[in-house]
Design a protein around this ligand. Structure first.
Ligand SMILES: [Zn+2]
Length: 402
């Protein structure tokens, strides 16, 4: 019993230290202790073990006025690696990453609209990003992280409309093919992970991630936890009713949904209607182009952006009143229009949110670019390995404890 208990205690230090150093780069021993909520003795024992194993490095020393110089510590990015896969939308992306989720090699395959995307192509993508890896790098790959759209059953069967997949046992197929642990998470979960590990939400405990693309959705983080919901379907802001008089029918069958006004296709459609573009030519208009025209004062573009901003701001204001967030992070296609949208969102929050709640919420845009979910999938694999004792032992090159 004693051995078991002490084994578990050391797992707690190792997990705490590694997840702190994943987020704070570099950090002092005191930073690690504070972030991981560990006492000095645990931090020292865990750090010594990880430094001996080559997983953590001392980068140098921080001079402190009068006191002892403090070691600056960081995870050695070469100590391990992961494979990350993003099954989103119109392209499937693959990466071989280092320990910290830095992308070493990436590749992507287009997903033709309305076509079936064969699982073999996923195998091929992983083979491609690992092809140039040295045998040592290949050995150090610990796990595969996958960001997926759509729905997964408890039995691990994935249904993803964009890929033409119905009940695909992806986890089992990948595990059998590559003999590696596989971790899968829905795309809003991986996006949130990426922003917490690498992006603008490193410090935030209560925040809303607003993603506008073909649909509109939010990721909700409350007291540091991603709120997934009873059946993992939370965050459907796109189907909040913003105007029950709207006569456009939403994909969900309702009328008046935010998505019919503020998704990327809906915004483009509205601009096309205002300017008399023939429907066939709409595919050539991008949201960033409309934002650029609005910046230059083009009246149709200004009206279009204002309408979308009003609708997004109104829907968000309900979420802000309910959740009291510190940050609204903009993601997806609206990142390109953050400068024109933010004042519109602020104005709506000012109208519909309690003054104190509106005052304390910051609005910012994601700076992680199109690889955000790949970075999140690597972070998922990292944290997945920390959570499972036998994978943590393998990662830290420890003898298995139980
Ligand atoms: Zn709807």
């Amino acid at each position: 019993v004693t051995t078991l208990r002490s084994a578990r205690a050391s797992d707690v230090w190792l997990r705490g230290i590694l997840s702190s150093l994943y987020r704070i780069r570099p950090a002092t021993r005191a930073d690690v202790g504070r972030h991981a909520r560990l006492n000095n003795a645990s931090v020292s024992r865990g750090l010594n073990q990880l430094i001996d194993a080559g997983i953590i490095r001392k980068l140098g020393e921080l001079e402190s006025g009068g006191g002892r110089p403090r070691d600056l510590l960081a995870i050695n990015p070469d100590a391990a690696g992961f494979v990350a896969v993003d099954l989103e939308g119109i392209a499937v992306r693959f990466a071989h990453t280092d320990f910290l989720g830095g992308i070493r090699r990436r590749w992507e395959a287009a997903v033709p609209l309305g076509h079936f995307f064969p699982v073999d192509k996923v195998f091929e993508g992983i083979d491609i990003v690992l092809r140039d890896a040295t045998p040592g790098e290949r050995d150090r790959v610990q796990a595969i992280g996958v960001s997926f759209p759509g729905l997964m059953t408890k039995e691990g069967l994935l249904t993803a409309v964009n890929l033409g997949w119905r009940d695909v046992p992806l986890e089992r197929l990948l595990r059998d093919r590559f003999r590696l642990p596989v971790f899968l998470e829905r795309d809003e979960g991986t996006s949130i992970r990426a922003e917490r590990s690498h992006g603008r939400a490193k410090e935030a405990r209560n925040w809303i991630y607003l993603i506008v693309s073909n649909g509109v959705g939010v990721g909700l983080v409350v007291d540091g936890r991603h709120v997934a919901g009873h059946t993992h379907m939370s965050g459907e802001l796109g189907h909040v009713t913003i105007d029950s008089n709207l006569d456009v029918r939403c994909q969900c069958g309702k009328y008046g949904c935010l998505e019919t006004v503020a998704s990327t296709p809906a915004i483009v459609q509205y601009y096309g209607d205002l300017t008399g573009h023939p429907p066939a030519s709409l595919a050539e208009i991008s949201l960033s182009h409309i934002f650029e025209l609005a910046r230059r004062g083009d009246p149709a573009a200004v009206t279009t952006v204002e309408r979308a901003g009003r609708a997004l701001g109104l829907a968000l204001s309900h979420a802000v009143n309910l959740l009291n967030p510190e940050l609204i992070l903009l993601g997806g296609d609206i990142v390109a229009g953050q400068d024109v949208l933010t004042p519109l969102l602020r104005k709506e929050l000012g109208r519909h949110v309690l003054p104190h709640l509106a005052r304390v919420v910051e609005i910012a845009a994601s700076d992680l670019g199109p690889d955000v979910r790949l970075r999140g999938a690597a972070s998922l694999a990292f944290h997945g390995c920390l959570a499972e004792p036998h994978l943590l032992a393998r990662l830290c090159k420890l003898p298995e404890s139980t």
